[in-house]
Design a protein around this ligand. Structure first.
Ligand code: GNR
Ligand code: NI
Length: 172
């Protein structure tokens, strides 16, 4: 992948991160062209997942790769949560749209999701561990939700201030 394949990532508190993504009507050429660009963007940023919302595309499309070797791409189109374990665990999360910020979030330890893959084939994904966390984090993005919204208003405001200042400094 070359530089030009990548898409710019929106940064919190950009209001576009709170838009609700719409279902994808068909896995056609247009969608098939977005997927490799999202994967290139995710890999270049060294993320384990990326939701279309983060690249200002408000459609239900997610890419994930939680593998050590970065060679196991997953594409989830129109994902639907079929089941989430009642058992939850608090784990440290980060987000490419909230750079440099890490904090604990409670998530179900296991989930079952139905989604179309990159070929438009319906698949069921049963996930636990990091993959389960990542799927929940990405599905939140599609609903316009960023992980900092699980934190206290005080923490969230501090994060907002810090990122706005960092953004200003970068443009100065
Ligand atoms: O790269 C990422 N790492 C991560 C770590 C813990 C919990 C969730 C994530 S997802 C994040 C990439 C991202 O922002 N996806 O939306
Ligand atoms: Ni994120």
């Amino acid at each position: 992948m070359t530089d030009t394949d990548r898409l710019p990532i929106l940064r919190y508190p950009d209001p576009r991160l709170h838009k609700v993504a719409q279902p994808i009507a068909a896995v056609d050429e247009r969608v098939r062209a977005i997927v490799p660009r999202m994967l290139a963007t995710m890999y270049a940023a060294q993320g384990i997942g990326l939701a279309a919302t983060q690249v200002d595309i408000h459609e239900r499309l997610i890419v994930i790769d939680v593998s050590e070797e970065r060679d196991q791409p997953l594409v989830l189109i129109n994902p639907e949560l079929e089941w989430a374990s009642p058992e939850k665990r608090k784990g440290e999360e980060g987000c490419l749209s909230v750079p440099g910020i890490y904090d604990g979030v409670e998530r179900s330890v296991a989930v079952r999701v139905r989604a179309l893959d990159g070929e438009g084939v319906s698949r069921v994904i049963e996930a636990e561990g990091l993959l389960a966390v990542c799927i929940q984090h990405e599905m939140d993005h599609l609903m316009g939700k960023v992980f900092v919204e699980y934190l206290s208003p005080l923490k969230r405001d501090r994060i907002k201030t810090k990122l706005v200042k960092a953004e200003r400094a970068a443009h100065a």
